[in-house]
Design a protein around this ligand. Structure first.
Ligand code: AHR
Length: 490
């Protein structure tokens, strides 16, 4: 029989709650018609969709990145503050769309308060300049009676917004970006932006736009960036999207191995550069855009349709596996932001009279609501599978966490077999189980099953319990499923 052995006394890393962050961009129906729809019968007094806020609260996102994405590289934050009737509209060149600027800095702050998330702003390092970035920090966080701080007061916010997280541009390594920069150019830009933004508010945390294009100059970029700005940057931001364009189930299930290799390599790279450059302060990884995205990706389709990707069950498995990956790398990955939150490659899909929950909503909700504060060492000994170019991959993809205050362990398991249920012994190497185990399973009849307004429950989560005592029990993981075993320990 297959088995999973977990040592509850062997911590592998502290889990930062920011692993369950989100990302909202001015793109398609993400903001307008997604979270913000003044005049809708479903909107609250501030114009936010009450139903969407409710669904988002279930995801318990502690942090949300904004306003882009590619959009930010042409964004002027000043056009999005003050009296809405006087705001200037502009063409968003990144997505070739009209931007009314009716939603901006202060609307986003209100939104974050409603969903209890910390705002994470990205500054324009594309066609923007240093002054614009330092001014934005001052407008948001300033306490002295300057022109910009008084302007914030006039806009109805006497207290500083106290924005802690600031991103230094978006995907600046990609030729699709407004204001693409070479490694040397970005290292200079990031250093000067960081210096000035931290002079305005030394308490802020900065996230560099490190890698989105993985087949280019990953090492050179990190090297120049950390040589020059290693004393200022707090996170290296990495982006990665995956998908199943070949409709090949084993190959899709194996993609997370490639993501694991990238993270492992990047962790080593940061460590080596910190050593070489005598950087004593920690520099973490923020995977500040991740998800499944291929049906509406320009690389695979001409019809990108506001990136309104409709997800299926196999995509939900990949979302769970990416969360397993971040948990296993929790020592270095201290933030992750699913891209995005509503309508645009998102777990929530709206129309004017309501919404439905996409398949990928369920694993995100499960993990964000149950994940502990410490990663545990968990080892799977069992069956393997092969994909086109990889073999001997474990059929179960797993991670385990401990909530050290309540002595609660959660084992997360994705069964990557398309057909086989897997009977597995769950064994503690030390200590024992006590009371019932709460079991949450995400599955559906068909790996291609999708949710929709007509069939909202094709894929969803269901709960059961099982009794456990001593140091082991047996559980059968259903084919193509995500399971969380939530156990109390002695
Ligand atoms: O999330 C959609 C897009 O993906 C973002 O605008 C960009 O940063 C990335 O390429």
């Amino acid at each position: 029989m297959d088995r999973i052995r977990i040592n509850p006394f062997r911590p592998l890393g502290a889990i930062d709650p920011n692993l369950f962050g989100g990302f909202a961009e001015h793109l398609g129906r993400s903001i307008y018609g997604g979270i913000y729809e003044p005049g809708s019968p479903l909107a609250d007094e501030d114009g936010f969709r009450r139903d969407v806020l409710e669904a988002l609260r279930r995801l318990k996102m502690p942090i949300i990145r904004y306003p882009g994405g590619n959009f930010v590289s042409g964004y002027r934050w000043q056009d999005g503050v003050g009296d809405p009737s006087e705001r200037r509209a502009q063409i968003d060149l990144a997505w070739q769309a009209m931007e009314s600027n009716q939603f901006g800095t202060n609307e986003f702050i209100k939104f974050c308060r409603k969903v209890e998330a910390a705002p994470y702003f990205v500054v324009n390092c594309g066609d923007g300049d240093l002054r614009e970035a330092r001014d934005w920090v001052e407008y948001c966080n300033g306490t002295q009676p300057t022109y910009l701080v008084k302007l914030r007061h006039q806009h109805g916010f006497p207290e500083p917004h106290d924005i802690k997280y600031w991103g230094l541009g978006n995907e600046i390594d990609g030729h699709w970006q407004i204001g693409y920069k070479t490694p040397a150019e970005y290292a200079r830009v990031a250093t000067e932006y960081s210096k000035l933004m931290k002079w305005v508010d030394p308490s802020i945390k900065l996230i560099a736009s490190a890698v989105s294009s993985w087949d280019g100059d990953v090492v050179e970029r990190a090297q120049l960036l950390l040589e020059q700005a290693g004393h200022l940057i707090d996170y290296m931001g990495l982006h990665g999207y995956i998908g199943n364009p070949d409709d090949n189930f084993p190959k899709y299930m194996a993609q997370v191995e490639m993501l694991d290799e990238r993270l492992t390599a990047y962790e080593g790279l940061i460590q080596a550069l910190r050593l070489d450059n005598k950087i004593k302060r920690p520099i973490a990884i923020a995977v500040d855009e991740w998800n499944v995205w291929y049906r509406t990706h320009p690389e695979y389709s001409k019809d990108i349709n506001g990136l309104e990707e409709i997800y299926n069950l196999e995509d939900a498995l990949l979302v769970a596996m990416q969360l397993n990956l971040f948990i296993r790398h929790s020592k270095t990955v201290k933030m992750a932001n699913i891209a995005q939150i509503v309508n645009v490659i998102a777990p929530i899909f709206t129309r004017p009279d309501g919404y439905f929950l996409q398949t990928i909503f369920y694993p995100f909700e499960l993990y964000s609501q149950t994940c502990g504060n410490i990663t545990l060492d968990a080892i799977y000994e069992g069956q393997t599978f092969s994909s086109d170019d990889q073999s001997a991959l474990p059929l179960l993809d797993i991670s385990a966490t401990l909530d050290s205050q309540n002595n609660q362990m959660v084992l997360y398991v994705v069964n990557r077999s398309q057909t086989a249920d897997l009977e597995t012994a769950i064994q503690l190497t030390e200590g024992g189980f006590v009371g019932d185990v709460r079991v949450v399973t995400i599955n559906g009849k068909d790996i291609k099953g999708q949710n929709s307004f007509e069939t909202p429950d094709n894929v969803g989560a269901r709960e059961s319990t099982l009794a456990a005592a001593g140091s082991s029990f047996v559980y059968t993981f259903e084919a193509h499923s995500v399971t969380a075993l939530i156990c109390s320990l002695t």
